[in-house]
Design a protein around this ligand. Structure first.
Ligand SMILES: Cc1cc2nc3c(=O)[nH]c(=O)nc-3n(C[C@H](O)[C@H](O)[C@H](O)COP(=O)(O)OP(=O)(O)OC[C@H]3O[C@@H](n4cnc5c(N)ncnc54)[C@H](O)[C@@H]3O)c2cc1C
Length: 495
């Protein structure tokens, strides 16, 4: 598909909105459905392959209004049922359609703390937008109201307007809460608990707060300046952030309660433990976990050649193993780090790929090559112990497995060799094990996820948990929802 320039999209929206505003009668449902879906303006694929700036450029005000006008304002609001934090979607779209963008943002912020982040990275196509009546009438989720894009627009506008209202902090209670980790679950807890007047100290293992939003999701999908603004807002509220502080090493969790006087602790340490394939050759030079590769590239700015000192393995032909968001991020990062060929190898078909449809489309536009129904059975090295190829097997789909997806079945004797110089393993992450291992009495599942009750409370009194450490690798919005629930319980406890 040829690239439509942002100027052409802006011009078309301008004309369309002009024509609608000339009408005197309110729009009928039929007229709303007839408004064309507003495409997201993007950088040209040929240009963006060589930079790390954001791919999606954001709507113009006209596009944001038009897209919002497509909403039918359904009374039963099925979209809200699809939103994990139950944002009043028709409410914010109504305000945006009228051009009241700050009002729209205020509606979203009642339920979501990070709309500029969620507008960018939430999998809306399987959440709110999947249930949209407009999409259903037009028989395609691609034609649903682009709720996330409007959310992003109003959140960016609010941030850039300088009119964001700082939350009111209640008088100091003298109570102290430790928040471990600084991803979306922890950011939500810190804000919600601080608002009640409790002192909050956040402990982060890395040198920068933000969790996966800064170390995992690349700049070209989520600019780090946006995350930093959210962190700045926490600091402005009086949250103290201690970086380079690993709970379980620098200080044990129980010492926070027994010696440091914390009245409650929240654990939001995420799922940062990479899974490997456990195949021959996985220890060769040139094989990486996607998390490590992305952390070097993002957090440690390895893409900033000439200025950053971070070593990163740069190879001509790179194989990415996996089909989720992490795999797409690794593949697209490899493109930007100068790989001539990037091969995504995935055992199932595109339909079963867990990555967002938009990320797969963007990866393809940027030249990433997809090999479906294929898997790597062995990594092969040269005489120096460096990767020189992968041995692959072909697969076919069998019966559905426990997840409902059709099980990939290998085709015996289908082995063949693909020449590559680097392999990035992106087949999933497990929960960080350090805190459960160093905290007596903290119960986990057999997969290492911390067990909590319906209020977010763990097996230790006064200790709460949420986000990926509880759910396993999940999503930003679910982590925020968990954080909100745990914060409500902590606030109740400290009343
Ligand atoms: C590459 C990648 C891409 C993704 N893309 C998307 C996407 O497009 N959309 C989406 O919704 N979700 C996406 N996700 C998932 C999403 O980012 C996570 O579900 C979410 O960040 C989980 O939030 P969290 O707060 O539980 O933990 P995290 O964001 O993982 O943050 C945990 C923090 O805790 C810190 N920590 C760990 N152990 C300790 C310790 N012992 N002491 C102190 N600090 C500690 C870590 O350093 C980290 O900063 C992606 C994940 C990855 C890895």
């Amino acid at each position: 598909m040829s690239h439509i320039t942002p100027e052409a999209l802006a011009e078309a929206a301008h004309r369309e909105l002009d024509a609608i505003l000339k009408k005197t009668a309110p729009l009928t449902p039929k007229e709303r459905i007839a408004i064309p879906v507003q495409d997201m303006p993007t950088q040209d694929p040929e240009v963006r392959r060589k930079n790390v700036q954001e791919v999606a450029l954001g709507y113009t005000p006209e596009q944001a209004r038009l897209e919002s006008m497509r909403c039918l304002q359904c009374r039963n609001a099925p979209c809200v049922q699809g939103c994990p934090v139950r944002i009043d979607i028709p409410g914010f779209l109504k305000a945006a359609a009228a051009g009241d963008f700050l009002g729209a943002c205020a509606v979203i912020k009642k339920n979501s703390l990070l709309p500029a982040v969620c507008g960018r990275v939430c999998p809306q196509e399987v959440q709110c937008q999947e249930h949209c009546t407009v999409g259903k009438s037009l028989k395609s989720v691609d034609k649903a109201v682009s709720i996330g894009r409007v959310e992003r627009y109003v959140a960016d506008l609010e941030r850039d307007s300088g009119k964001a209202v700082s939350p009111v902090i209640k008088p100091a209670t003298g109570k102290k809460v430790a928040v471990i980790g600084s991803g979306p679950a922890s950011v939500t807890v810190a804000a919600d608990v601080r608002r009640e007047g409790h002192q909050v100290v956040m402990f982060e293992a890395f040198h920068k707060p933000g969790g996966v939003l800064v170390y995992g999701i690349p700049e070209f999908r989520l600019p780090k300046a946006i995350v930093q603004k959210e962190i700045d807002a926490l600091l402005a509220m009086g949250v103290e952030i201690k970086t380079n502080f690993v709970i379980g090493r620098t200080r044990k969790l129980k010492a926070l309660i027994e010696e440091d006087g914390f009245d409650a602790v929240f654990i939001g340490t995420g799922a940062g433990l990479p899974k490997f394939m456990n195949i021959e050759g996985e220890n060769l030079v040139g094989v990486f976990a996607a998390n490590e590769y992305l952390t070097r590239a993002n957090l440690m700015k390895a893409y900033d050649f000439g200025r950053a000192d971070t070593p990163i393995y740069r190879a001509g032909r790179v194989a990415i193993l996996g089909g989720g968001n992490v795999a797409m991020d690794a593949a697209r990062t490899a493109v930007r780090l100068g790989a001539a060929e990037v091969h995504v190898i995935y055992r199932r078909t595109e339909v079963e790929m867990p990555a967002r449809v938009e990320e797969i489309a963007h990866a393809k536009e940027e030249g990433v090559i997809f090999h479906l129904l294929e898997n790597v059975s062995r990594v092969m090295g040269d005489e120096n112990g460096c990767v020189k190829a992968v041995e692959c097997l072909r697969y076919e789909l069998g019966e559905p497995d426990a997840s409902g997806r059709r099980r990939p079945v290998e085709i015996k004797g289908s082995e063949f060799i693909r020449d590559v110089e680097a392999v990035i393993v992106a087949i999933g992450n497990d929960s960080n094990p350090l805190i459960p291992r160093t905290t007596e009495g903290l119960k986990t599942t057999k997969w290492g996820n911390i067990i909590v009750d319906e209020t977010g409370k763990t097996s230790i009194d006064g200790v709460y948990a949420g986000g990926d450490i509880v759910l396993g690798a999940a999503t930003v919005i679910l982590a925020m929802g968990e954080g909100r629930r745990a914060a409500a319980s902590i606030n109740e406890r400290l009343k």
